[in-house]
Design a protein around this ligand. Structure first.
Ligand SMILES: CC(C)(COP(=O)(O)OP(=O)(O)OC[C@H]1O[C@@H](n2cnc3c(N)ncnc32)[C@H](O)[C@@H]1OP(=O)(O)O)[C@@H](O)C(=O)NCCC(=O)NCCS
Length: 200
């Protein structure tokens, strides 16, 4: 299954292309973006780091059906990418994301994460999604909490900023389905409440 375009209320998720490297090279290499990412990311970041990574690692992994990677764009400005999100086949690390600094704290990655988690379970049909994250990475952990994920292990991991305690978060397909159904029921019950202001 190839990476297909997705969208959310505010975002377009476009399958990664090599042409995205130049914009990535501007937005990605910033300490607040990379510090809680895995130490396999070179730091200081080389001037052609994004192109090298996309050309030799990420796009080949997508072609092999091991990774599904999207760039994120605001619907109001579709020519400019603002971040990226990936799904990865494997036992321990199935999703990763980063967002350019100007767009932090607006709920955008929560939206993107929900869309690609639906893709992981509904389209790719994997039974479980696991993501390790540094305990110090409050925003990323909060996204897992809000998605109804559970901590299944605490480990030490090597990050760009050094060794840190990390948690492995997990959610199963059944848990994700139940959460999605609960959300739909809540929305439909809220919509069915008569609006008193309209009846006055
Ligand atoms: C992690 C990251 C993608 C979050 O993106 P984002 O769009 O800013 O996240 P959201 O706005 O959807 O926020 C998610 C939650 O974290 C909270 N949050 C956001 N930034 C925060 C911060 N700096 N400190 C504490 N909480 C924060 C938000 O309030 C929100 O919780 P709420 O809904 O209860 O209010 C972004 O911070 C980032 O790119 N970080 C660097 C890369 C990275 O660490 N990737 C993850 C590796 S595991």
């Amino acid at each position: 299954m190839t990476t297909t375009p997705l969208d959310t209320a505010r975002l377009l998720l476009r399958p990664l292309e090599l042409a995205d490297a130049d914009q990535t090279q501007i937005l990605f290499p910033h300490w607040e973006v990379v510090k809680h990412l895995h130490s396999r990311i070179p730091w200081p970041y080389p001037p052609d780091g994004a192109r090298q990574f996309y050309e030799h690692v990420e796009l080949p992994a997508m072609a092999r059906g091991e990774h599904w990677t999207w760039t994120l764009r605001l619907k109001t400005d579709p020519d400019h990418l603002i971040g990226s999100i990936s799904l990865m086949r494997g036992e321990h690390e199935n999703r990763g994301f980063w967002l350019g600094l100007p767009w932090h704290g607006q709920g955008l990655m929560t939206e993107a994460s929900d869309a690609v988690t639906d893709f992981w379970f509904d389209t790719l049909k994997f039974p479980v999604l696991r993501v390790p994250k540094a305990i110090a990475n409050t925003a990323s952990r909060r996204i897992s909490q809000k998605q109804g994920m559970r901590v299944i292990a605490t480990v030490e991991r090597d990050y760009v900023c050094g060794m840190l305690a990390a948690e492995v978060w997990e959610i199963t397909a059944d848990e994700w389905d139940a959460r999605t159904k609960r959300t739909e029921e809540t929305v439909s019950s809220v919509l069915s409440v008569p609006d008193r202001r309209l009846r006055q």
